[in-house]
Design a protein around this ligand. Structure first.
Ligand code: NAI
Length: 691
């Protein structure tokens, strides 16, 4: 995902599509979207007016305009709505129009069926007569537009080439004011919308793009000439070192995550960049941050104000936890007051938790229903900081008051964008750490839990395999949905480091699958002490270390959790020539049951899966275990699969996906009333029927 510091390329950047229609619009939009200083993630909209042939072959003027809910950075032609301009133009004569009437009317202007709903700001594009129109939220323009002297500054920077429209809520009236300003003044080059953004235009896609960049460049040059070397005033708080920061975050993030995950599990993201630290260590941070959102588009993703923790590095870790807990409680109470003061009949309060948490000297924590949502909040607040850094030179930072912020946050047209999200999945916002997930059962479990919405931490001593699995899951399920962290379960330090990595990446964990393993098969006389110890190191001690680290994080989060142990049929059924493995698996099973007792009071469930003979996809079965087991049964290695199938009651072979299904059951709320439980996934082996 592109972030904050990439600049717009020069036109045409890459081979632009032929013509001036929809393809050229998508191309221009992506170029603009590549620079977050110009276009907020999911913000802004662009359009082109072109002549198209309708279904009867008639030449029809069509407005192609960005649809609600897409992001310019990755937009494709299919993400634009097409509307009949001849149907829209008569609206300009109307004195006013409600949002509902406007939306219903525009829905009826669709040029072709099946396209997504047009942007809230469609009429702004329709009423601006130029063929190509851009509406953007550039940092430099917003800084001027949020100044108490916005109108005067616009005149100072652009003279008569710009019109300034004081803030009113987006919709018909604003669109009409902009359209009138442009229609009445042929020399105009842009419209600056107070506390909101910029409208620019051109006769061709290239000319429009050039005009947008030129206008923004002029605003940037104006601000740069006055730039203040300490834009946020003197630094009053010291930054903590990177190592100390990680230590503090590891302690406080699960506390924050637990506190805001009362209704649904949330994901956290951390930003400790210089830009953020300069802001959060400055004298003016509190005053600026509490003034409100830098742009109406931010509100549903950042809320009106962030939570600024009342803490400084010299106060230490315990005080940080206290500040986080008290700060969240205060934020929630303030948010309820805000809702009650402004709510209209029919409004339902959104989750009251903070989306942006500023920690002096440490950075910014953003929250979201998944990693992508937390990232959107992060990116938008970075934009807010970039806008606020000009506050001094433009004479202040003035934004929407609480009533108008509320009206935007609860505006049905804004909420519509959120409704476009896919339906929820059972493990949305959950974090699952799976040991041994580079292969076999662990890998299948990672895929299964990710499919149900979980963010997955692939913790395996096979670093390359882990990276490959994490990359595949992220490619399939989207932004930051899996990470790889190399970990040997026998190393206390490595296990703790893996949980730290998971906490720093997502804020904590909810599900821990203790699965890593190897197998050795030898008669007892031939079992070396080293092999005996190896089995116990990995399968017993390793499971203990992972479970202990899991409990520590889960207790800090204080919102329950699920541990799933992958033991084996051998944990309960005696077999020949696998004493060390089987005894270690039995220790593992008993540990799980003990921990179920220990964790129950805190809502931490611990359950065990007992697979058997999962040959396909398992590296264990590519090791000496295969030959040794074949020898034990006196058969050829190639006969093993049939041998195991034949000995099951159901006459089936067990696959990694079968075991993953059982793991998913224990990991999810489907088993919320079960702990200390055991589920066999062995096709039916009577000796392992659990009593
Ligand atoms: P696998 O060999 O395909 O996967 C095991 C993973 O654990 C590998 O990626 C390996 O790198 C990792 N691993 C091994 N030692 C580790 C360590 N010290 N630290 C971190 N990672 C380590 O094996 P499979 O079949 O997926 O086995 C998974 C679990 O299921 C094991 O605990 C195994 O005992 C158990 N099991 C497997 C059965 C089978 O037939 N495959 C049957 C019954 C239980």
């Amino acid at each position: 995902m592109n972030d904050t510091d990439q600049r717009c390329p020069t036109w045409p950047a890459s081979q632009p599509p032929a013509g001036e229609g929809l393809a050229a619009l998508a191309h221009r939009s992506r170029l603009l979207g590549a620079d977050r200083r110009i276009v907020n993630i999911f913000g802004g909209n662009t359009s082109v007016k072109s002549i198209e042939r309708d279904h009867l072959g008639r030449a029809t003027p069509v407005l192609w305009v960005k649809a609600s809910g897409s992001d310019l950075a990755s937009i494709e032609p299919k993400h634009f709505a097409g509307l009949r301009l001849d149907d829209i133009e008569p609206l300009f004569a109307r004195p006013t129009m409600s949002d509902e009437d406007m939306t219903a009317y525009l829905d009826r202007c669709a040029f072709e069926p099946g396209r997504p709903r047009q942007s809230i700001e469609t009429l702004l594009h329709a009423f601006t007569p130029a063929p190509h129109v851009d509406h953007t939220h550039p940092d430099a323009i917003i800084a001027i537009a949020c100044s108490p002297n916005g109108a005067a500054l616009v005149q100072q920077v652009f003279g008569k080439r710009a019109a300034f429209v004081p803030y009113i809520r987006p919709g018909f009236d604003l669109s009409k004011q902009i359209g009138a300003a442009v229609r009445n003044n042929p020399d105009l080059e842009c419209v600056v919308m107070g506390k909101h953004g910029l409208v620019t235009w051109g006769d061709t896609a290239a000319a429009c793009y050039a005009s947008t960049l030129r206008i923004i460049g002029e605003a940037e040059a104006f601000l740069a000439a006055k730039a203040n070397p300490s834009p946020f005033g003197p630094t009053t708080i010291t930054r903590v070192s990177a190592a100390e920061r990680d230590t503090l975050l590891t302690q406080v993030l699960p506390v924050i995550r637990g506190a805001i995950s009362q209704d649904r599990s949330m994901i956290l993201s951390v930003d400790s960049s210089d830009d953020v630290l300069n802001f959060t260590t400055s004298a003016q941070c509190a005053a600026l941050a509490m003034r409100g959102a830098a742009c109406p588009d931010h509100l549903v993703h950042t809320k009106r104000v962030p939570l600024l923790l009342d803490w400084q590095p010299e106060h230490g870790a315990d005080a940080l936890i206290t500040a986080a807990t008290a700060g969240i409680a205060r934020f929630v109470s303030d948010y309820r007051d805000y809702f009650q003061s402004h709510a209209q009949p029919g409004d339902t309060m959104a989750a009251p938790w903070p989306r942006i948490i500023l920690i002096p000297g440490i950075g910014m924590v953003t929250t979201g229903s998944d990693a992508f949502a937390a990232e959107v909040s992060r990116q938008l607040y970075r934009r807010a900081i970039a806008v606020m850094r000009h506050a001094d030179v433009v004479g202040g930072f003035e934004t929407l008051d609480a009533a108008e912020s509320f009206a935007i946050e609860y505006w049905p047209l804004e909420l519509y964008k959120l409704s476009l999200k896919p339906p929820p999945k059972p493990l949305d916002g959950h974090v699952a750490l799976i040991t041994g997930a580079a292969s076999g059962i662990g890998r299948a479990a990672a895929a299964r839990l990710a499919r149900d919405g979980a963010h997955v931490v692939i913790a395996d001593r096979n670093a390359d395999g882990s990276a490959e699995v994490a990359a595949a899951l992220t490619a399939r399920h989207g932004f930051h949905r899996a990470i790889a962290t190399p970990m040997d379960v026998t190393s206390e330090a490595a296990v703790d480091a893996a949980f730290t990595a998971a906490t720093l990446a997502y804020g904590g964990v909810d599900i821990v699958v203790n699965n890593a393993g190897i197998s050795k098969s030898d008669p007892i006389e031939a079992t070396s002490l080293a092999d005996w110890q190896l089995m116990f190191d990995i399968l017993a001690t390793g499971y203990f270390l992972v479970a202990r680290a899991a409990f520590r994080v889960l207790r800090r989060q204080a919102c329950g959790g699920a541990l799933v142990f992958v033991a084996s049929k051998n944990a309960v059924a005696a077999g020949r020539n696998a004493g060390a493995y089987s005894a270690a698996k039995a220790a593992e099973l008993h540990l799980a049951r003990c921990l179920a007792e220990e964790g129950g009071g805190a809502g931490i469930r611990v359950n065990t899966v007992l697979p058997d003979a999962v040959l396909s996809g398992s590296s264990i079965w590519n090791s000496s275990w295969r030959a040794d087991r074949a020898a034990t049964y006196g058969i050829a290695e190639t006969e093993l699969e049939a041998h195991y199938r034949a000995r099951t009651t159901l006459k089936v072979n067990v696959l990694p996906d079968d075991v993953a299904e059982a793991i998913a059951f224990f990991a999810s709320a489907a088993s919320r009333k079960t702990t200390g439980g055991v589920l066999t996934v062995d096709g039916g082996v009577p000796a392992a029927y659990v009593r």
